[in-house]
Design a protein around this ligand. Structure first.
Ligand code: AGP
Length: 609
């Protein structure tokens, strides 16, 4: 899951590519490179490590000319090294390629091309593409790329330039995301819109097996048979500034603090008042379909999966529809039974996660209707869904997902409430009180954000500890797992999210004074049980951070430290509880001096299975 960018026009391609790569660095940051055509020759700079190293190399030895292509890498084949970083060149050094994705049949192609005399220098899968393009190049770069792509199996987005076709940039995709940015006398390619937003707000979002021949003044889109394709220009709805830190130390901190406003945006036009019906544009389901629903299958990865756990809980609890939730990477192996009237709810921030896309295709092939809950507009999952309900979070750049999570939960709860409404599965009074609770959430979120200092003080007390447990029950089991994931992925503290009821069946063996426990004990069905579980930990001298409703002295007296949250309906509490747990993880990681926006070994969008 790398980031690619390209430029063709009168300005310095290296500068524009570097700026674009900086906005793509969350996609991978173990090596980077740029290639430009300068005076009929290809000129390349490649480095290992962060983009800052490439910036330094370009300052030391600037690259002039255009077109150009750039890449920031998340290694899949071949360890991070200069020779394995992109762009990769052909044997004659006239063709350069950048790639995001995986070429599954690269082994046999490499053998064949080596047999034909092509010289390989790296351990990557990508390099075969540079050699294939040289093999097919007879003066027409697009044709050479087209023929090369027909030999490939797997996922890819490519940017290709050739010193012998200096007025062209060619791009093609299958499965991996790619947009074409439209300028005046200049054009761009990028893995996502954010990379080129400061340059243009107009893009083509191209589909699978679509090829783009790009010059300064034109973009020609075709399929792999070279039949022309018409695509609508998509105007990026958010300002360039949205992709900046806005004075925050990290994107993650900025995005945590954007949640209250984003929740307003997510509710706008969907839930106006407690006595009003829920309106979900894009759901693409008739009332008949909702009434005839027999099963709902939620599927997703990582943080989005935790939102799916809440969705499943609320769907059964409120709409009385049998529901399941699957880790997308596990779904195919489970081979779920898909009855008539099965709805698949696919959740993803990026809309590009490969495991989730494969799970979607699997459920669709089995006959399920697919509605997705997404953030990135017109992403691959969006294009393959029957209906899409966008969470309206705006760009999320920090690798650790925060605002997208709370809005995925909010959106999923709106869907379950809509179904409960149409199916008359819950008492009108219950629906009204839950709508009231959801309408209060943005203000409660702001209140929790204003209490950041309290959470920072708790973080201070535990930031040196190496092990932790996050406990919850019922609808907040997902909150415990999400809280643990946040801490793990940015602070590298070992954190396990666990059912508090399950704890005495094993993990309680871990409890000692060096392991801290975060216990989610807000008011609700499982409150009493949580008190018991906290006492079990305390009985073994484990320090406990309680997460409970304001002024709850019962929990307060049991715990070493408290994180208070305003009271709300239990089914809605996963949204509010998430915010202080995000802040706890953030401040522990910050106090440990970790690279919060680009945690080691991770990437924001996982486009490989
Ligand atoms: C969460 O903080 C992680 N970045 C990761 O678990 C993420 O949620 C997962 O990769 C799914 O991504 P998606 O929502 O873009 O599909």
């Amino acid at each position: 899951m790398c980031g690619i960018v390209g430029y063709i026009g009168p300005r310095s391609a290296a500068e524009i590519c570097l700026a674009g790569l900086k906005r793509l660095e969350y996609r991978g940051y173990d090596s980077a490179g740029v290639a430009v055509i300068s005076d009929g020759e290809l000129d390349v700079r490649k480095v290992v490590g962060k983009l800052a190293n490439l910036e330094e190399a370009l300052q030391a030895e600037p690259l002039v000319g255009a077109p150009g292509i750039g890449h920031t890498r998340w290694a899949t084949h071949g360890k991070p090294s200069v020779v394995n970083s992109h762009p990769h060149l052909s044997t004659n050094g006239r063709i350069a390629v950048v790639h995001n994705g995986i070429i599954e049949n690269y082994g046999e192609l490499r053998e064949q091309l080596t047999g034909e005399g092509h010289k390989f220098v790296s351990q990557t899968d990508t390099e075969v593409m540079a050699h294939l393009v040289q093999k097919y190049y007879e003066g027409d770069l697009r044709e050479a790329v087209r023929r090369a792509v027909l030999d490939l199996e797997g996922a890819f987005a490519f940017g290709v330039i050739c010193a012998d076709s200096p007025d062209e940039l060619v791009a093609v995709r299958r499965f991996s995301p790619l947009v074409i940015g439209l300028g005046e006398g200049e054009n761009y390619i990028a893995s996502d819109m954010g990379a080129i937003r400061p340059e243009t707000d107009k893009v083509y979002v191209i589909g699978d097996d679509e090829l783009a021949l790009i010059t300064r003044d034109d973009v020609e889109l075709t399929d792999l048979a070279l039949d022309p394709i018409e695509r609508e220009v998509f105007v990026i709805p958010w300002p360039a500034a949205a992709a900046q830190k806005g004075g925050h130390k990290h994107f993650m901190h900025k995005e945590i603090h954007e949640q209250a406003d984003a929740m307003h945006a997510c509710l706008a036009g969907r839930l106006s008042a407690p006595d009003q019906p829920i309106v979900l544009e894009g759901l693409a389901m008739s009332e008949r379909e909702i009434k005839d629903l027999r099963k709902v299958v939620f599927t997703a990865c990582g943080t989005a999966y935790h939102a799916g756990m809440v969705g499943r809980f609320v769907m059964e609890n409120l709409a009385q529809v049998p529901a399941e939730v699957d880790l997308a990477a596990e779904l195919r192996a489970r081979d779920p039974v898909v009855l008539d009237g099965t709805l698949a709810v696919v959740i993803s921030q990026s809309g590009e996660t490969a495991d989730t896309l494969v799970a979607l295709r699997d459920l669709k092939a089995k006959g399920a209707k697919v509605v997705s809950v997404l953030n990135v507009v017109d992403s691959s999952i969006a294009r393959e869904s029957d209906g899409v309900v966008y969470i309206q979070a705006g760009p999320e750049i920090g690798v650790a997902s925060t605002k997208a999570y709370t809005l995925q939960v909010l959106t999923t709860e709106l869907i379950a409430l809509r179904f409960a409404e149409v199916r008359q599965a819950a008492e009108p009074a219950v629906l009204r009180s839950l709508k009231e609770a959801l309408l209060d959430v943005p203000q409660q979120a702001q209140e929790l954000l204003d209490r950041e200092d309290d959470v920072r003080a708790v973080a201070q007390a535990y930031c040196q500890m190496a092990n932790s447990l996050f406990l919850g029950r019922g609808v907040n089991l997902a909150s415990a797992m999400e809280g643990a994931l946040k801490l793990k992925e940015i602070s590298y503290v070992h954190a396990e999210g666990y059912s508090a009821g399950e704890m005495k069946h094993g993990p309680i063996a871990l409890v000692d004074p060096n392991l801290f426990t975060v216990a989610i004990a807000v008011a609700g069905e499982v409150y009493e049980k949580m008190i018991g579980n906290i006492q079990e930990i305390k009985a073994r001298s484990g320090p406990v951070i309680g997460v409970a409703n304001d002024n709850d002295t019962v929990i307060g007296n049991e715990c070493d430290h408290m994180i208070w949250v305003p009271p709300c309906a239990e089914l809605v509490s996963p949204i509010t509880v998430a915010i202080p747990l995000q802040l706890l993880a953030y401040h522990i990681a910050d106090m440990r001096g970790e690279d919060i926006d680009q945690p080691r070994n991770l990437a924001k969008t996982v486009t490989v299975e």
